[in-house]
Design a protein around this ligand. Sequence first.
Ligand SMILES: Cc1cc2nc3c(=O)[nH]c(=O)nc-3n(C[C@H](O)[C@H](O)[C@H](O)COP(=O)(O)OP(=O)(O)OC[C@H]3O[C@@H](n4cnc5c(N)ncnc54)[C@H](O)[C@@H]3O)c2cc1C
Length: 388
Amino acid sequence: MQLAFAPELKAFRAEAADWLDDQLSGPFKALRGRTSQMDMVEERRAWEAALGAARWSVVGWPEQWGGRGASIAQQVIFAEEYARAKAPPRVGHLGVELLGPTLLALGSEEQKTRFLPDIAHGRAIWCQGYSEPGAGSDLANVKTKARLESHRYIIDGQKIWTSMGMIADWCFVVARTEPGSVGNKGLSFLLVPMDQAGVTPRPIRQMTGEAEFAEVFFDGAEALAIDRIGAEGDGWKVAMALLGFERGVSTLAQQMHFRNELDDIIAAAKANGKAIDPLIRQRIAHAHAGLKIMRYSSLRMLSDEAGLSGAAYSYKLYWSQWHKALGELAMDVLGQSGEIGISEERFDALTSMYLMSRSDTIYAGTDQIQRNIISERGLGLPREPRGQ
Ligand SMILES: Cc1cc2nc3c(=O)[nH]c(=O)nc-3n(C[C@H](O)[C@H](O)[C@H](O)COP(=O)(O)OP(=O)(O)OC[C@H]3O[C@@H](n4cnc5c(N)ncnc54)[C@H](O)[C@@H]3O)c2cc1C
C-alpha cells in the first residue's frame, strides 16, 4: 500500500505546478476557477491545445501518442496539481480519459494514428453515445441500429444524456449491428462524426441552468466501417472495457476539487457566522474525515498491482454519497443566499455544485446498480432475476 509519494517525484510536481500557474496566470487567466463544464467553449478548446502542445494533456499515454509515459504516481501528481491550480474541467475528458485508453488497449494501429493525436492535442472533442431512453442501467437494451453498406455503417436511433453532445466533434456509439439480436449480443462499437446531416443533437437544460448534455438523434448517420473498434458484434466487450477506465487516477483529482469545495464551504461558514453552529462544525469535520478516507482508499486502489479491483465499486458508492451530503452542507451553510442565482442561467459555484451533486448517484452507474454489483461480484450473492 502506497500512502506517500517518493521524494524524487518532487521535481515532476514542481514542473507541473509551475507550468499550470504560468498558463493560468497568463493566457488562460479567465479559465482559472471556472467550474462550469460548458461555458467559454473556444477558450477551453484552446486550453486543450495548450495542454497538448506542452505534453500535459495525456501524461499517462506513451510519448509516441503525445503523452509522457508517466507512472501512475506521476499521473496522480499531475491530476492533483491540476486541481490545486483551479484549472477548468476538461472539455476533452471523454476522449482523454475514456476513448483514448480504449483505443490504446483495443484499437488497431491505424485507428490509433487516426484518432489519438487529435485527442491529445484538443483537436477532437468526444462524447459518449451509450444511454438511450430505454437503455440506462440496462445498457444491453440498446435499440439504436447500424447496418453495414459497403464500407460504411448507416445508423438510426436515439441516444440521451450525452454529455458534451452539443459541442463534440465525434461520438463513440454502441449500436445493434445484428438484426434481431437481444441483450449484450450483436452490438458494435462505432466512432461517428457529429458534423453530418444524419446527426441532430438537441440540448437538455438541467436544473443548474446549463445544458451540459443533449439528446442525439441518428437518422441515416454514417460511420466508416474501419472506425469500428473490435470485431462486429463485440461491442459489449469494448463498451465494458471503456467503462473500466472511468475509475482511475481521475479519482485523486476529483478529491482535490472536493477539497477546494470544502474549503469554500468553510470560508463561507466563517464569513457568515455558521462556523460556530455545533451541528455545522460536526458536518464539516465529518466531510473532512470522509475526504481522507477517499484519499487513502484511492491510493490503495491505484497501487494495487492487480489493477482496479472490486474496491472501485464501493468507492463510487462512497464518493457519490459523500459529495451529495457536501452539497447539502453547502446549502445549509449558505442559507437563503444560496438560493439566489447570479443570472437566469447561473448560480454561484457552491449552489451549482449542490445542484450538480444530485446527479453523482446516477451517472457512471447508479447507487442501486453499484450495490447490485457489490452483492453479486464482491459478496457472491445470487444474481438478481433479470427481466422481471
Ligand atoms: C450528469 C449526467 C451525465 C451523463 N452523461 C452521459 C453520457 O455522456 N453518455 C451516456 O451514454 N449516458 C450519460 N448519462 C446517463 C447515465 O449513464 C444514466 O442516467 C444511468 O446509467 C441511469 O440510467 P437511466 O437514467 O436510464 O435510469 P434507469 O436505468 O431507468 O434507472 C431508474 C432508477 O431505477 C433504478 N434501477 C434500474 N435498474 C435497477 C436494478 N436492476 N436494480 C435496482 N435498481 C435499479 C436505478 O438505480 C434508478 O434509481 C449521464 C447521466 C447524468 C446524470
